[in-house]
Design a protein around this ligand. Structure first.
Ligand code: EPZ
Length: 422
C-alpha cells in the first residue's frame, strides 16, 4: 500500500505543463483496433489506467511500443475476442472496447463492467444503441457475448448524453453500412478528439461537440498519427490546488476553452485569471468566496470530475456553498474524510451544503476514488499540519506521479510505502 505525506500551508506557485487527457487517450487507444493498422499516439499520459489498457490490447494480440509519451500500436495481429475478466474489473471503462472490437472482428466477449466507488455505472444506453446497429448481445452469468454479422447505419437517440456510450457507437458505426446519426450525444472535448483520431485513420465523422454526430461507415482504415488533447481535469485540479493555498500559477499546454466553466467558477470564487491561446495564468485570493449554487452537468456544464476539487475549495471559503451532483449517484464518499480535517459539510442525497471554516487541520484520511482522492491531497495542501492520504492507487489512475508534479510548484508532499495491515 502507498500513501502521501503532506505538509500543509505552503503557497503553490510556478509553472505547470498539462499532459495528455486520460479520458481522451483511453477511447482513442481502444479505437486503434478499428484500423487493423499502425497508429502513432503522441502526448499519451503515463497513468495506471493507460497501462491497464495496454495490457488488455496486448492480451488481444496487439503490438505496443512506448517511447516516453509517444506510443506506437499495431492492431493488425488481433488473435483473441475476449476481454480478460480481471482487467475489466480493474478498469470498468474498458467497456468502450465493445464498439471497436465489433467493428473490426464482428464479435467480443466481456464481463459486465459493474459499478465503482462513484456509482452503479449501468451500460444500458451502450447496449440498446449497439443492438440498434445490429449487434446481438447475449447476457448470461455476468458476461456479455456480442456478435454482429453485419452492422447497418441508423438513427440513434441516446436517453442521456453518456460519454462512453457516444464513444462506443461512434467506433462501432465506423464499420456500419450507410449513415449513423447519434442524436443527443455527449459533447465533451474528448469526443471531438476521438472524431479527429478516427478521421485521421480515414473515417468520415462529423458533428462531434454538437447535438448530432454523423458517421458514414467505411470498408477499411489506414495508418494514422494523432496528438492527444491536454487534460482539462488535470488542469482544473492543479488550479484548485493553487487556489487552496492562495498561490499563483502559469498553466501551460492548456486549452482554456475546454475549461470555460471551471475558470468561470474559479473567478466567481475570487481568483484572478488571464487566458491565452495555450495557457492560463491564475492568482488566488487570500480568502475564497463561497458558491451559492454549483451544479454538475454534461459538457459544457460544470464537470462532475471537478466536483470534489471545488467542494474542497469551498470548505475554507467565506460563507456557505450548495453543491449538487447530477451525474453520479454517490460521488460524495470523500466528504467524510474532509470532515475529519475539520470541514463543515452536510450531505443530503445529491446535494452537499458546505459552511466555510477558517482553516482545515491535517489528519489521516483514506482515498476512495480518483477525483475524491486527489481532492483530499488538495485539502492537505491547504491544511494546518500534516495530512496522510492512504490508498493512493486510486489517484495514480488519473494523475502521473501527482506528488512530483505538485512538488514542482512548491508543495511539501512525498510518497511512502507501508506494509499491508492484512
Ligand atoms: C466518462 O465516464 C469519464 N470516464 C468519467 O470520468 C466522467 O466522469 C464521465 O464520463 C462523465 O463526464 C472516461 O472517459 C474514461 P457516462 P462514463 O457514460 O463514460 C449513466 C474520471 O474521474 N449511464 O457519461 O462512464 C452513468 O451511470 C472518470 O476521470 C447510464 O445510466 O460516463 C452516470 O450516472 C469518472 N447508462 C451517467 O450516465 C449507460 O449506459 C454518466 O455516465 C451509461 C451511463
Amino acid at each position: 500500500m502507498e500513501q502521501f505525506l503532506i505538509g500543509g500551508g505552503k503557497k503553490l506557485t510556478g509553472e505547470y505543463e498539462l499532459t495528455g487527457a486520460k479520458n481522451a487517450v483511453l477511447p482513442i487507444l481502444a479505437a486503434t483496433i478499428v484500423t487493423g493498422n499502425e497508429s502513432i499516439i503522441e502526448s499519451c499520459p503515463n497513468l495506471s489506467d493507460v497501462q491497464t489498457m495496454f495490457t488488455i490490447l496486448r492480451e488481444l494480440g496487439c503490438k505496443i511500443t512506448q517511447d516516453e509519451d509517444k506510443v506506437i500500436i499495431n492492431t493488425e495481429p488481433i488473435n483473441s475476442h475476449t476481454i480478460p475478466e480481471h482487467l475489466m474489473r480493474e478498469m470498468r471503462s474498458s467497456v468502450f472496447l465493445m464498439g471497436p472490437m465489433i467493428a473490426r472482428c464482428g464479435k467480443v466477449t466481456l464481463s459486465y463492467p459493474g459499478g465503482c466507488e462513484i456509482g452503479l455505472r449501468p451500460i444500458d444506453i451502450h447496449l440498446s444503441a449497439l443492438r440498434k446497429l445490429g449487434v446481438t448481445i447475449k447476457e448470461a452469468h455476468g458476461f456479455l457475448e456480442c456478435t454482429a454479422d453485419r452492422l447497418t447505419g441508423c438513427r440513434i437517440l441516446l436517453d442521456f448524453p453518456s460519454v462512453g456510450a457516444t464513444e462506443n457507437v461512434m467506433m462501432a458505426a465506423t464499420a456500419a453500412e450507410g449513415e449513423t446519426r447519434i442524436i443527443n450525444p455527449a459533447k465533451e472535448p474528448e469526443i471531438i478528439d476521438l472524431q479527429d483520431y478516427l478521421n485521421a485513420c480515414g473515417a468520415d465523422i462529423k458533428g462531434a461537440g454538437t447535438g448530432e454526430i454523423l458517421i458514414r461507415g467505411k470498408k477499411s482504415y489506414h495508418r494514422a498519427e494523432h496528438k492527444v488533447i491536454p487534460d482539462r481535469i488535470e488542469g482544473g485540479t492543479i488550479l484548485a490546488a493553487v487556489a487552496m493555498t492562495g498561490g499563483s500559477i502559469i498553466l501551460r499546454n492548456a486549452i482554456p476553452e475546454h475549461m470555460s466553466m471551471t475558470l468561470s467558477k474559479l473567478r466567481e470564487a475570487g481568483c484572478r485569471i488571464r487566458e491565452g491561446n495555450d495557457f492560463v495564468i491564475m492568482t488566488a485570493p487570500e480568502k475564497l468566496n463561497a458558491m451559492d449554487t454549483l451544479i454538475t452537468q454534461p459538457y459544457p456544464g460544470f464537470p462532475t470530475d471537478m466536483q470534489s476539487q471545488f467542494l474542497t475549495l469551498m470548505t475554507i471559503a467565506q460563507g456557505t456553498s450548495i453543491i449538487t451532483e447530477t451525474i453520479f449517484e454517490s460521488r460524495f464518499k470523500y466528504v467524510e474524510e474532509l470532515v475529519k480535517m475539520g470541514a463543515r459539510i452536510k450531505v443530503d442525497g445529491r446535494t452537499a451544503v458546505v459552511t466555510g471554516v477558517d482553516k482545515l487541520t491535517g489528519a489521516r484520511v483514506v482515498s476512495k476514488d480518483l477525483r475524491g482522492g486527489a481532492s483530499l491531497v488538495l485539502a492537505g495542501l491547504g491544511a494546518e499540519g500534516e495530512t496522510i492520504v492512504e490508498n493512493i492507487c486510486h489517484i495514480d489512475r488519473g494523475y502521473d506521479k501527482f506528488e512530483l508534479a505538485l512538488r514542482k510548484i512548491g508543495a511539501e508532499i512525498r510518497r511512502e510505502t507501508i506494509q499491508d495491515k492484512t
